[in-house]
Design a binder for this molecule. Structure first.
Ligand SMILES: C[S@@+](CC[C@H](N)C(=O)[O-])C[C@H]1O[C@@H](n2cnc3c(N)ncnc32)[C@H](O)[C@@H]1O
Length: 332
């Protein structure tokens, strides 16, 4: 029984080690070469090889590196997920989640005060780093299979015009436009995410089909001829009232028969692995994003959509982190 307590207590060491590996670009260095601790120290300009030796041993014990004799090289796991520009890269996600180090570190205080604290508010990172890691982490998730699952589960055949509210780096507009050659998308978000989106959309050669519009999705003037509206990673950040307001805006932006797609952390299936993620996510959203945030249940999202006037509401659990609720505006 005590082992469980030891595990729970020591787990944050693991997060620190993987974070340091990513921040020090260790996995790029050891992708194709095997180096000793002294050689790694020279490459990363570390003062004391003894520290690096201990760190590399820690990486090896966690399965991030392999050790042969005195030399270290990446494990298959690191080669697949921790090398930038690999399709399944998760390094930005590692940075984003662990940017909340000080926030989690003062959880007891934040719980008593009922307060949220972002990483740039307690100086763990500066605001530009926070935004970049946050947005690229969302993109990592999309590339890891969430984009593919969205495409598989949403039929946009014949649909011309998509509105992507709070679209971030545009990852899901990219996935949907790539899969539906007739589709164009308008992504609405704030300055910082759109700066990153601009580069990613250009990398995918979709600049002519994806328009990036800077603005507040609560107030910006919207066209009313959209065939589909995507709201991904947004509803967890808003209160019920704010969500109902955004759903109404989406309803008014849609043509009759148009589709709303809500993609987010939502309790739809109740498998034990999901229960862990959804339960911890609820706490993380509160202390790390805003006091109105929270992991939602599929049923409550479905009821907000019905209350707005949407019909044919479907809850779709996915094997990826985010689930789907889709619905239609009634055809006239
Ligand atoms: C978790 S991210 C999700 C990004 C993207 N849709 C995805 O699923 O990867 C939430 C996004 O909503 C944007 N956002 C939140 N409130 C907003 C508002 N009032 N107006 C425009 N964008 C907003 C944030 O800037 C951020 O990019």
């Amino acid at each position: 029984m005590a082992d469980k307590i030891y595990d729970l207590t020591l787990n944050f060491w693991n997060s620190a080690v993987i974070r340091a590996g990513v921040k020090l670009n260790l996995f790029n260095l050891l992708e194709k070469h095997a180096f000793s601790a002294t050689e790694v120290s020279q490459h990363i300009k570390a003062n004391n090889p003894r520290f690096i030796q201990a760190f590399l041993d820690a990486c090896a014990i966690l399965g991030l590196l392999e050790k042969e004799g005195d030399e270290f090289t990446n494990s298959a796991l690191s080669n697949e997920f921790l090398i930038p520009h690999q399709p399944k890269y998760l390094g930005d996600y590692v940075c984003h989640i662990t940017n909340y180090w000080y926030t989690w570190g003062k959880l007891d205080t934040l719980l008593l005060e009922g307060r949220t604290e972002l990483p740039f508010e307690n100086d763990f990172t500066d605001a530009p780093t926070y935004w970049t890691d946050y947005m690229k982490a969302q993109h990592n998730r999309a590339m890891m299979g969430q984009g593919e699952k969205l495409v598989e589960n949403v039929d946009l055949k014949g649909k011309q015009k998509l509105l992507d509210l709070g679209g971030g780096t545009g990852s899901y507009s990219i996935a949907l436009c790539a899969a539906n050659p007739q589709l164009k998308s308008v992504v609405i978000d704030q300055t910082e995410p759109l700066d990153i989106a601009r580069k990613i959309v250009a990398e995918h050669d979709l600049t002519d089909r994806i328009t990036l519009l800077e603005g507040d999705f609560n107030t910006i003037e919207l066209d009313s001829d959209y065939d589909a509206v995507l709201i991904s990673g947004v509803i967890v950040l808003l209160s019920e009232e704010e969500n109902r307001h955004v759903f109404l805006r989406a309803y008014n932006a849609l043509l009759p028969g148009g589709l709303i797609i809500v993609q987010d952390f939502m309790r739809i299936d109740h498998k034990p692995t999901r229960q862990f993620l959804d339960t911890m996510m609820d706490l993380y959203l509160l202390v790390g994003f805003n006091p109105n945030a929270g992991d939602r249940s599929g049923d409550e999202v479905a009821s907000w959509l019905k209350g707005t006037g949407f019909v044919n509401v479907k809850q779709i659990p996915l094997p990826t982190q985010l689930a789907l609720v889709i619905a239609e505006k009634p055809a006239k």
